[in-house]
Design a protein around this ligand. Structure first.
Ligand code: NAP
Ligand code: SF4
Length: 673
């Protein structure tokens, strides 16, 4: 059994002793947009404190109205707001934790017409152009940071974190690309960092020595005209001298064209950029980004990259991450798979954050804890994400569960997903379910399809059908031609696709298949391959940490993607990851055709029409990724016998089925039994 002594060693930060080296990083959950916002936030953070996380960093609060992320976004600038914050700080302290308030001025990323920046240059990711702050206003903003810090301490926070990374206001001052000022806050390196240093000094002077003062520095900007590694190291030194107790590290700006936290980024990819900061200062340094297991976290500390680690999404996925690490049951951690589907993609589309692998995240007051009143015998048929989630949750709820799976191993469609380059984290989801099923004593029956006789005749109190989906066979002439294969054939490796491939259907699976056919499996596992593919240069002199992108050589195959809808392909992909997929496929020369009508598949290839014009594409294979249909054969048999089975996952609703909906539905279903 692995032990994590270094991760579990206390650390002194300023005047505070943290019980371990694991920190929950700041994440804007949007919980404040729901009813009972303070109660929800309090329950959300208290669960993480009870899970023994060493420190919690709150989501960002703006110090003044023009610094909010969006209209109505979190703002903390008035004394009367302290009472609502105390609900949160008290809940965390009562649960034995510590919490720091992050102060975030969104600068030119603020989605409000009155947004401001060091200069008037618009960010490509914001519809609003900023107004350049006057020198007087810069000084007033410094005072606003100090005011919010004072309020935070009054409200019971254990300190503050000043958000200086990810391309927000302070970062916009430090980078030459976004700071064209000619007053004392622009021009030279000393001028550009003055705003940050003034804030740190003003905050320290206001809050005194006792509360923690954390500064989040951008360890690598990943934008043209960003700071060089040498400048970042020199800046970190100045931040220490100005009075910070701890430096947290950020990676990239929101407008960077390099993925920084998606699953396709290798774990701990940014370690050398973080080490650059660590080597410059003597106060503790915190690592962040793509750290999702205790092994990765401890390795960063062991190798001297950082003194502690910040994990935001992994704490959505499992509030008990730190406790399980201490107890030596890290194999029971519900690991964040870096999908962004239920957290960032929801936040970016103005919905509240939750987690694909943990639907309870952010909904702590909806999911009551505790056991069922009556222990039932439950059969769950189907060992994909929905079936496994239902079985685990029903067993945790106190029921005796038998899980039937027709295949030789659990996982269902997860076994396809984990084969796709950039999706190796799906192995962790499978490991979590397998370990939990075993520990909870769920009886597994694998290797042959369950029959109506055995589930209906065995005295189960409840039967849950999670038999998943079958691929849809589109009605196209020649659909049974030997060159037509299903995505299952390809992703299981049963068919080695030829050099020229057409993909019919451009949903999540169509894109997965394209990545599988063209992607580089090393890229998400090997930092060198990832940096080469995305043009990252960690040399201390490189501006913004960017390299010139080399040409990528000839792609392994010629892939053509098709859909019938007239809209651009990939519109339904996640906001935070769709651009990465599309950029990768563009680089690999994939052609994308929308508005297609499929006419036939024959020896010549795929015959189709666009705008009434006929085309023939010569291909070796046509891969069908045309969606799925619910597999309800067993369900229908049981109904015919008068049983009353319950449905979940793809067997319930196949349209746009994904693991997020499947796990959410199955978890809620389990709680009703
Ligand atoms: P999907 O997203 O529903 O896409 C099905 C595709 O097939 C569409 O592009 C559709 O486009 C096409 N199609 C539907 N009926 C057709 C027909 N009769 N003939 C020809 N084409 C047809 O389903 P999926 O790709 O199978 O994915 C299933 C779910 O898993 C989705 O919700 C997906 O988001 C999720 N998933 C997500 C990811 C991810 O990375 N986030 C990865 C894999 C899967 P047209 O109707 O325009 O032709
Ligand atoms: Fe991690 Fe995905 Fe959950 Fe977000 S939704 S916390 S990325 S597992």
């Amino acid at each position: 059994m692995a032990t994590y002594d270094r991760l579990l060693t206390p650390l002194t930060v300023g005047a505070t002793v943290l019980p371990n080296r694991m920190v929950m990083g700041a994440m804007h959950t949007r919980l404040e947009t729901l009813d009972r916002p303070h109660e929800r936030l309090a329950a959300f953070y208290a669960a993480r404190a009870a899970g023994e996380i060493g420190l919690i960093l709150s989501g960002g609060f703006a110090p003044n109205p023009e610094g909010v992320m969006e209209a109505g976004g979190p703002l903390f600038n008035r004394a009367e707001q302290c009472a609502e914050h105390r609900v949160v700080t008290r809940a965390v302290h009562d649960a034995g934790g510590k919490i720091v308030l992050q102060i975030l001025h969104a600068g030119r990323y603020a989605k409000v017409p009155e947004c401001v920046g060091p200069s008037a240059a618009k960010a490509r990711i914001n519809a609003y152009a900023p107004r350049a702050l006057s020198t007087q206003e810069v000084r007033a903003t410094v005072a606003d940071f100090a005011n919010t810090a004072a309020l935070a301490v009054q409200a019971g926070y254990d300190g503050v974190e000043i958000m200086g990374s990810e391309g927000y206001l302070i970062n916009e001052f430090t980078a030459a690309a976004t700071n064209q000022r000619d007053d004392e806050y622009g021009g030279s390196f000393a001028g550009r960092i003055r705003f940050a240093l003034d804030i740190v000094r003003a905050v320290r002077a206001t809050i005194g020595r006792e509360p923690m003062l954390i500064y989040r520095v951008s360890s690598i900007d990943l934008v043209e005209g960003g700071m060089s590694g040498a400048e970042i190291a020199a800046f970190a030194k100045e931040i220490e001298a100005a009075g910070a107790d701890l430096i947290n590290t950020g990676v990239g700006w929101h407008e960077s064209a390099v993925p920084t936290i998606a699953a396709c980024v290798p774990r701990a990819a940014w370690r050398d950029a973080i080490r650059n900061v660590k080597e410059a200062v003597s106060i503790p340094v915190m690592a962040s980004n793509r750290i999702n297991t205790p092994e990765v976290a401890q390795a960063l500390i062991d190798s001297g990259v950082a003194d502690l680690v910040s994990m935001a999404r992994p704490l959505l996925a499992d509030p008990d991450f730190a406790k399980k690490t201490r107890l030596g049951i890290a194999d029971e951690i519900n690991t964040c798979i870096g999908c962004n589907q239920a957290c960032l993609d929801r936040i970016f589309t103005e919905r509240t954050a939750t987690c694909l692998v943990n639907p309870r995240a952010g909904r702590e007051i909806e999911f009551a804890a505790g056991k069922a009143l009556q222990r039932k015998r439950i059969a769950v048929v189907g060992g994909g994400p929905a079936g496994m989630a239902c079985a685990v949750n029903a067993a945790e709820h106190g029921h005796a569960v038998t899980l039937f799976e027709a295949g030789a191993r659990l996982g269902g469609q997860l076994n396809l997903a984990k084969a796709v380059p950039g999706k190796a984290e799906f192995h962790e989801m499978l490991r979590y379910f397998e370990v939990r099923l075993k520990k909870l004593g769920v009886t597994l029956r694998l290797g042959r399809p369950a029959t109506a006789d055995e589930v209906a005749g065995a005295g189960f109190d409840e039967i849950v059908i999670a038999t998943g989906v079958t691929p849809r066979m589109p009605d196209i002439a020649g659909i049974d031609h030997p060159k037509v294969v299903s995505y299952i054939d390809v992703l299981t490796g049963n068919v080695e696709a030829g050099e020229r491939v057409a993909i019919i259907g451009a949903g999540g699976i169509g894109f997965d298949v394209a990545v599988y056919l063209l992607g580089d499996a090393r890229e998400s596992l090997d930092r060198g391959a990832f940096f080469r593919a995305w043009g990252v240069d960690l040399a201390k002199t490189s501006e913004g940490g960017l390299a010139r992108l080399d040409s990528h050589g000839a792609p392994r195959r010629r892939v053509h993607m098709f859909q019938r809808k007239a809209e651009p392909l990939g519109k339904g992909l996640g906001k935070s990851t769709g651009w990465i997929l599309k950029a990768s496929l563009r680089k690999a020369g994939v052609t994308m055709t929308s508005g297609a009508t499929y006419k036939a598949i024959d020896d010549e290839g795929l015959h189709y029409r666009v705008d009434g014009k006929p085309h023939v594409l010569a291909v070796d294979h046509v891969v069908l990724c045309a969606g799925q249909l619910s597999n309800r054969t067993l369900y229908d048999e049981l109904i015919a016998r008068g049983a009353r089975p319950l449905l979940t996952g793809g067997a319930d609703v196949a349209a746009e089925l994904d693991a997020l909906r499947a796990i959410d539905h199955a978890t809620r279903l389990a709680m009703t039994m």
